[in-house]
Design a protein around this ligand. Sequence first.
Ligand code: GCU
Length: 593
Amino acid sequence: MKKLLVLILFLACAVEARAQATGLIANIAGRNHVSLDGQWKAIIDPYESGDQYHFNRDASPKSKSEFQEYSFDATGSLSVPGDWNTQRAELFFYEGAVWYKKSFDYERKGDTRLFVHFGAANYIAEVYLNGEKVGRHEGGFTPFNFEITNLVKEKENSLVVKVDNKRYPDGVPTLMTDWWNYGGLTRAVTLVVVPQTFIEDYFLQLRRGTKNQISGWVKLNGDKLAQKITVRIPEAKINKTFTTDANGTAQINFTADLSLWSPENPKLYNVSVEAETDHVEDSIGFRSIEVKGTEILLNGKPMFLRGVCIHEEAPLRSGRAYSREDAETLLGWAKELGANFVRLAHYPHNELMVREADRMGLLVWSEIPVYWGINFESPVAFAAAQNQLNEMIARDHNRACVILWSVANETPNNPARLTFLKKLVERARVLDPTRLMTAAMLHHYADERTQMIDDPLAEVLDVIGCNEYIGWYDGLPTKADTMEWKTIYQKPVVMSEFGAEAVYGLHGDDLTRWTEEYQESFYRHQLGMLKRIPFLRGTSPWILMDFRSPRRLLPGVQDYYNRKGLVSNRGERKKAFYVMQEFYRELQQRADH
Ligand code: GCU
């Protein structure tokens, strides 16, 4: 009896160990998968009774006398992917727990393994299958997956996910943000079927500073870790083989003559990564990105980042954006503005957005939500930040469009913050030595007419991001006319935020706040100032489109919208849109000559 117990315990640990051992599975779309999107049963549980009454068990009373106070069958449903706030009026401000449930059948094919993959769930997700806990995830904007091979049944599987979007002092982000805290299963949920030993992840990019040296790795997961790996790029006549080491990882290095990815030529190659037991296809672009002094070099050539900031707010309908159409609309507006760059703020946007930027030829700044007053002393906060950094990089490290990883936005300069952020930068450089590191930082007055950039964090960054609101939070637009900028660093600066609010269709003189004329004037004066900054190598005005924020309360003007968009939430272009468009057209013409 004791031996049997030990054996069961050992097996349980083995299952647990393997489940934990699996990192993020790359490129779900390129695998054998089943979508679980659609209507999910959903119990709104403000007092989290579900923990006490074990909603994870998804039980039904076995007799008329049995006491039970919840029922997934009798409850309403919510759409997945989607935030719950914009699906039901009573959930608009809701911050708390919701228990989602989806049933599915599963016919196992041969000796395969099964994972459940989430594009994202805001903020904490606890995942159960058939009553058993399979895992917990913290962080609202990055993907995660859990193995369910040994828990899945043929019929009537009950997948229950408790999602809690409450804000926490040690959370990332923490209590205060200037965006709507959309809760729920905000991105796709997918069943992924893989062989016993499968290709868990791969990284294929140009080695930093080269135009023809591809370097990276392929990582297997499973029992048969010693295998031959073949990387094929048929269009470039590439067909290279490598072998994995004892841990199932193959180092990849080869020379290739490729057409390099750029906004003007967003060339993506069909790449296949093959092992003896598995293979994955992907579309990958290759480009080099580096800095030299104050220059940003794309494929060896200096460039200016003509950008705009974007929140993951759905255009024309509000709520969390999640679809390819949302991405096409938002990035289409950015292109119309004349952008070659987008700052996806303040958290990793969905994979469809990044892959669309790859296709459309828009360079990307991707960021984790280490935003404002994070508790930099807290190991819980650090773990949450580092985990989101790992997942952001793991998901998008093969996207040529992504050139910048940002570790923070407008964080107060103090020793704990510096230590915290420096550790994240170090980590990112280990995970991805090919891309540039940045952060959106603050600046200060050196004197009444000089802004100084000397944040100590910039020492460990490649590109300095700087947010300023001279003419909106700081004085009137004309203030920019006499403002000079200085920096102690010999590094490129991107003005990562500047902007003013306007209600589309509200008109007046250019000193009347909230009018299109004030916003237009703000931009004219801003551009005058920006053109005088010798080390400026990019701009991303705040922001492409009006977005929801619980901090924007002015009735008849904001109504829970931050109105700094160059485009309204209904897609109407404000006058300032054309001021930026004209500036980018000038820059583009200069770059073309
Ligand atoms: C900040 C912040 C944004 C915010 C913006 C604003 O700088 O980074 O998240 O929305 O300013 O005040 O509009």
